[in-house]
Write a protein that binds this ligand. Structure first.
Ligand code: FE
Ligand code: FE
Ligand code: ZN
Length: 273
């Protein structure tokens, strides 16, 4: 059985966030380690992090996921903004390491016209810098919808980053809405997409799933999430992901447009699938 959870706010502290997740029936959770639109992060509260870790142990939580800010673009054209993004990555990874079993997932970036090769080079440079500080957390590259100049819409693009960095700490998070929007038919042929993932990236690199329906059809390159069963993918296809034997050990995070009762409902549906 995978671990199921949802995206929550850590604004009341990590321990409170874990308690809220558990009350929804979750045994994993995802959160922004800093305000997703802003750049400031609160000073880390070590006691709160330790309490959260103890609670996760008691409740049998699997790995949890910190999600880098959407605004953090490691391959933007402006060198100053790029250096700032790289600094945010390094800081985020440092504080992610405070929480036991916490993964750090982020959107690889948009090359904004610099080209794929240059974008990959810049992302790899930032990752190498952040990993040189020896954080213990693993880093996940998220599969993207391929909107605009976004890198990561094809598995091959994530492979280029893995190859450039060559770190045992660098892995991948698969977002069902994003790969669908990117043109991978995980509704019609889940096994085919997983096989392609395995061939290009290696299934051992898959460390987390974002479980979302999509408001748009296959290959739309839009990235608009829908509640399970309310989008173009459908509940049946998403429960096939949730129950797939090759994915049974992974944290699966809902990023669906829900309030807390909605998340509890969707987690319940997945557990019964
Ligand atoms: Fe994401
Ligand atoms: Fe996602
Ligand atoms: Zn998305």
């Amino acid at each position: 059985m995978p671990y199921f959870g949802c995206h929550l706010s850590p604004s009341g502290g990590y321990a409170a966030m874990v308690r809220t997740a558990a009350s929804l029936g979750a045994d994993t959770v995802q959160f922004f380690p800093r305000n997703p639109r802003g750049s400031r992060a609160k000073a880390p509260d070590l006691e709160d992090a330790a309490q959260a870790g103890a609670l996760m142990g008691e409740r049998g939580f699997g790995p949890i996921v910190a999600h880098g800010a959407y605004t953090m673009n490691l391959c933007t054209w402006d060198p100053e903004a790029r250096a700032f993004a790289a600094q945010v990555l390094t800081e985020d990874l440092g504080r992610t390491t405070l929480l036991p079993g916490c993964l750090y997932n982020f959107h690889p970036g948009s090359h904004v016209g610099q080209g794929l090769q240059e974008g990959v080079r810049q992302i790899a440079a930032a990752l190498e810098g952040a990993l040189a500080a020896e954080p213990t957390a693993c880093v996940l590259l998220e599969t993207m919808a391929g909107k605009g100049t976004e890198i990561g819409g094809r598995f091959q693009e994530l492979r280029m980053i893995l190859d450039a960095v060559q770190s045992p700490q660098l892995h991948v998070c698969l977002d069902t809405c994003h790969v669908w929007d990117g043109g991978y038919d995980i509704v019609g042929c889940l096994d085919g997409v997983l096989e392609e993932f395995d061939q290009v990236l290696g299934l051992d690199h898959l460390r987390a799933i974002h479980l979302n329906d999509s408001k748009n059809p296959l290959g739309a390159h839009k990235d608009r999430h829908a509640c399970l069963g309310e989008g173009c993918m459908g509940l049946e296809a998403l429960t096939r992901v949730a129950t797939h034997p090759a994915l049974g050990h992974l944290p699966m995070i809902l990023e669906t447009p829900n309030d807390l009762p909605g998340y509890a409902r969707e987690i319940g549906i997945l557990r019964q699938a």
